[in-house]
Design a binder for this molecule. Structure first.
Ligand code: SF4
Length: 227
């Protein structure tokens, strides 16, 4: 494994389950115990991996490209995210097909097990994506990196996923691919772009539009937001 994680960010996972802070008061005992068991199993089962590949950014008027790639980075949000950056990395992270099998197994055990394991895996894959960024900056001395802006976030089209995966050779290297409908396989994967600059940039703020949980968020189902 690359991106050593010894514990899953439990607070993030509780947020993804739909709990509000303070978690010590709001999370019931049964959920906390289920989370303990699921976390231990998930850490044993998942095989986290990441890769990244750095490109020079080319700009032509309003259009933004990665040097050597035959596609444009379309959408205003990714342009804003890369504003002031001279390089960009395609960053791909995954928890492996074994994680999908684990969540499927938990869903047979019960609704709580499924909710908890899905939320833990979502928090876990974000940690692996953060590990990828840490590795990226350690190996590109003098640069700071933005967080990973995923395909499908904001107006950055999901349809670019196969192109990003191919450009990073992520299918061969870490087993990440997409369905015809651009769903990532394994499902607990993040594929996107991080900007690299010699100075810290004012990057776009995380919001529901660019949150990994936006399609199945317990808060959004109720018309609310976390935090
Ligand atoms: S989708 Fe929005 S409300 Fe839900 S966890 Fe993400 S940022 Fe919070």
């Amino acid at each position: 494994m690359n991106g050593e994680v010894i514990g899953i960010d439990r607070e993030n996972a509780y947020r993804y389950m739909g709990f509000r802070e303070p978690f010590s008061e709001n999370v019931d005992m049964k959920t906390a115990e289920t989370a303990d068991k699921c976390e231990a199993e998930l850490l044993k089962t998942a095989r986290p991996k990441f890769i990244w590949r750095v490109f020079n950014i080319l700009r032509s008027g309003e259009d933004v490209f990665l040097d050597g790639c035959d596609f444009m980075l379309s959408g205003n949000d990714i342009k804003k995210h890369l504003s002031g950056c001279e390089k960009a990395a395609i960053v791909c992270s995954t928890l492996s097909a074994d994680c999908d099998k684990f969540i499927a197994k938990m869903s047979v055990r019960g609704a709580l097990e499924m909710l908890v394991s899905d939320a833990l895996a979502s928090a876990f894959i974000e940690q692996i994506s953060d590990s990828a960024i840490k590795d990226l900056t350690e190996k590109n001395k003098g640069f700071t990196a933005t967080w990973v802006f995923g395909a499908g976030y904001g107006d950055f089209p999901l349809e670019i996923l196969p192109k990003l995966i191919a450009a990073a050779d992520a299918e061969r290297k870490i087993g990440v691919s997409t369905t015809a409908a651009n769903t990532l396989i394994p499902t607990k994967s993040i594929v996107g772009i991080a900007g690299l600059s010699r100075e810290m940039q004012n990057v776009s703020v995380k919001s529901c539009d660019n949150c990994n949980m936006r399609d199945r968020c317990e808060f959004r189902k109720k018309g609310e937001v976390c935090g």
